[in-house]
Structures are given as structure tokens and as C-alpha cells.
Design a protein around this ligand. Structure first.
Ligand code: PEP
Length: 258
């Protein structure tokens, strides 16, 4: 859509140990390089488990791969007595570009509310990472027809107090919870409705120019067979891909969606 560089980001979730991660990134890069298709206009990223990141960094640096990487979560805190947490600064030191914030699985299983998500967005920006802010409604909300207002309320809360200087580089991923890992993909029209509303809200919160530059991704059961229709929507600038990103050949097909 327009002049925004599409971003295809794979969310591995709790899959692939560090050795498997190396093989997956190598195969992904190889498949992309090998293809006759020009994918250079698309940005590719993997969001890996923390324990994979050092290995992925070493590989990407050594082979100068055109693949970005990041984590699936970060601490809201800077440092100190937070046993088990990983800071944004630690991730930045490992060369991470992105970090997912507010994924529905974090919100659901780790009680991350809007306040926590807002603090994590600020922590990401504060350490030079680009947050991939995940928003989206559950099935009950969708059935009630309230998906736009619900998702925009999450967006408002996540960006509260975030200055335009930072917000201009946020990536927003619209991920309807009922479509995540269910095989049930939103229709292209459903994706456009909410992604368009997200961009319009960014224009209200900031300004039209900022909103025009922000990438809004769709996530939820994206596969090589359905990605093209979704990417054809005006306000969809890429995909956050869970299950299908674990197979490098399938993920490469998604990257070459055209
Ligand atoms: C996700 O976890 O962000 C996701 C979109 O998962 P899946 O593609 O498996 O639905």
C-alpha cells in the first residue's frame, strides 16, 4: 500500500531452539536469495525466543543477511530486581530491530493490561527498539460488531504519552484474536476495516503525515495462499505471521506475496 515498505514479520512464539533457529534463518535467507523474484522492496523479520537471539545475530552479521530480527516481549523496567525479565537495552545490544508488545497471548496468559502494554511501548522506544504493537478483538467483541472501537481503545491506551517523534516509527499489528492460530483468516474487507480505522486514529492522535507513514500489519492465520488478497488492501502494509513462519519455504512464499 502506497510508499510504505511492507514488513513481513514471523512470530515464532515458543518454537525453535537456537540451533533450529540458525537453520531456519539460513534456509529463509537462502530461499529468498535463490528466487528469481525481486523481494528487495519487502522487509523481512523474525521475532525469536530470547535464547535464540545471540545465535541469530551471529549468523545475520557473519553472512550479512537481509533479515531483521527481534524479540516477542520485553520488560517494562530498565534494569534491576526483576527476576526472569529481559530489558530492551539487552535486546538492543543483540542487534534487535523489533520487539512485539501486547501480543494477545501475553495479554491473555500473562495478564498484560493496557497499562503494562503502554509501559512496554515506552520501554521499547526508550531503548531504541521498534515496537510491533499488537491489538485486536476477541470473538465476543467481533460478534457484537464492536471490533473497531475495541481495537482503537487498545491503540489509544498503548500510545498514551508517546510523543510523535517516537510514534512515527511504531508498527501496529491488527490481530483479531479469533483468527490467531485458528486457521480462520479475517476477510480482506475485515482486515481493511480495522487497519484503516487504526490509521485514521493515528491521524487524530498525531497528524495525517505521521499516520501515512506508519506500517499497519494484519496478523491471524496468514499463509501463502491468502496473503496476496490481504496485502491488496489499501491500509495493510504487511503481515505478522505465526504458525506459517516456522516453515522457511512457506514464509518465503509469504514474503513474495505478489
Ligand atoms: C501470531 O501469533 O501473531 C499469529 C498471527 O499467529 P498465526 O499466524 O499462527 O495465526
Amino acid at each position: 500500500a502506497t510508499n510504505r515498505t511492507p514488513l513481513m514479520a514471523g512470530n515464532w512464539k515458543m518454537n525453535l531452539d537456537h540451533a533450529e533457529a540458525i537453520a531456519a534463518v539460513q534456509k529463509l535467507a537462502w530461499t529468498l536469495k535463490d528466487a528469481s523474484h525481486d523481494y528487495s522492496a519487502v522487509e523481512v523479520a523474525v521475532l525469536a525466543p530470547f535464547t535464540d537471539l545471540r545465535s541469530v545475530q551471529t549468523l545475520v552479521d557473519a553472512d550479512k543477511l537481509d533479515v531483521r530480527y527481534g524479540a516477542q516481549d520485553l520488560s517494562a523496567h530498565e534494569s534491576g530486581a526483576y527476576t526472569g525479565e529481559v530489558s530492551g537495552a539487552m535486546l538492543a545490544r543483540l542487534g534487535c530491530t523489533y520487539v512485539a508488545v501486547g501480543h494477545s497471548e501475553r495479554r491473555e496468559y500473562h495478564a498484560e493490561d493496557d497499562g503494562v502494554v503502554n509501559a512496554k511501548v515506552k520501554a521499547a522506544f526508550g531503548t531504541g527498539l521498534t515496537p510491533v504493537l499488537c491489538v485486536g478483538e476477541g470473538l465476543d467483541v467481533r460478534k457484537a460488531g464492536d471490533q473497531v472501537s475495541y481495537t482503537l481503545a487498545q491503540l489509544d491506551a498503548a500510545l498514551e504519552g508517546v510523543p510523535a517523534e517516537q510514534a512515527k516509527s511504531v508498527v501496529v499489528a491488527y490481530e483479531p484474536v479469533w483468527a490467531i492460530g485458528t486457521g480462520e483468516v479475517a476477510t480482506p474487507e475485515d482486515a481493511q476495516e480495522v487497519c484503516g480505522a487504526i490509521r485514521a486514529r493515528l491521524a487524530e492522535l498525531y497528524d495525517a503525515e505521521l499516520a501515512d507513514g506508519v506500517r499497519v500489519l494484519y496478523g491471524g492465520s496468514v499463509k501463502s495462499g491468502n496473503v496476496a488478497q490481504i496485502m491488496a488492501q489499501h491500509d495493510v502494509d504487511g503481515a505478522l505471521v505465526g504458525g506459517a513462519s516456522l516453515d522457511p519455504e512457506e514464509f518465503a512464499k509469504i514474503v513474495r506475496y505478489q
